[in-house]
Design a protein around this ligand. Sequence first.
Ligand code: NAP
Ligand code: F7E
Length: 342
Amino acid sequence: MSRRALITGVTGQDGSYLAEYLLGLGYQVWGMIRGQANPRKSRISRLMADLSFVYGDLMDQGSLVSVVDTVQPDEVYNLGAISFVPMSWQQAELTTEVNGMGVLRMLEAIRIVCGLDKSRVSGGQIRFYQASSSEMFGKVAETPQHETTLFHPRSPYGVAKTYGHFITRNYRESFGMYGVSGILFNHESPRRGPEFVTRKITLAAANIKLGRQEKLYLGNLDAVRDWGFAGDYVRAMHLMLQQDQPTDYVIGTGRTHTVEQVARIAFEAVGLHWRDHVTIDPGLVRPAEVETLCADPSRAHAELGWAPTVTFEHLIQMMVESDLRQSEQEQRHADLALVASW
Ligand code: NAP
Ligand code: F7E
């Protein structure tokens, strides 16, 4: 019988790549979706026929018990979250509920469905992956960051993720659950939300090239990140759940670039110079910034045999090319609509 995977956040960037990857491995994949107008199909339209869906929300304990009971998964990937860091200052309580308490609720759902007794260490059959984040390192205690680097989160997002990280470890230690956290550094793709800085820049480079946008407003150009390709990172999530012993892993490339370098490469890819098109907007600078992040992925290399396959330069070029195609298509549709209205 094929293995069954449940993915929360299946409509997001990582959820779409992970669903694709697990379907390719022969898994039965269930996506948890929420709300009335869901699933948001833009990222998973090609997979709709192969996926199964269940309704649930990380804010709602009862729905999670019902979802886990219905699906009876072998593996649960908890990717659902409010993932945009600036939003976490605007909606700190909601972010804490979804990104922090939501993890506890999913662990409880698994514990209840597996019948794990709180007084005894048992284990259970369901393996659990938690989407932890390099944002937990925040104001970094050392560089590069590895699995034992101290956390100093700088946003309500980072604080909530830190809770999710520790409660996953606690359920592993308390109940013998197979629960792991992947501490993933920034990963991007053509499916990245347009609010994140790489995609904001690649979309703008494409639109400016085609005369559809005038300027690009950015915040801190000096921020340093370790950016990789999302397609590579979902392979690591799956590998983490196939080990004999559950443990946490840092996933990143070990290479860093600045936001300014993203802009330079993206604008060069369309034959423009970023300085001619970018304006600094101090309003986009965060109340408390994470200045620099750099992964030490050596445990993942050694124990999972995982390594990234896409370079930073290739990643940004891939995103620009995809945005050029999308922008050209939108332009053609707009032109056709104009002609049709004459
Ligand atoms: P994303 O594209 O923003 O997707 C977030 C997903 O969470 C969406 O499918 C969204 O569903 C779902 N969601 C939001 N609120 C929910 C709720 N109350 N209950 C259930 N689902 C909910 O994020 P991503 O980039 O794929 O990231 C996936 C996970 O990895 C997130 O937990 C993120 O925090 C974490 N992470 C990401 C990175 C990165 O660089 N991408 C790095 C480290 C960690 P709707 O369609 O219904 O809104
Ligand atoms: O910002 C700077 C900004 O929003 C990166 C999420 O997936 O990765 C992501 O979080 C950097 C920051 O990602 C703009 O100040 C400058 O220093 O693309 P971002 P993030 O905040 O690092 C982590 C690992 C996650 O877990 C999160 O879920 O870029 N920056 N100017 C800007 N950022 C944005 N968004 N927009 C700007 O105009």
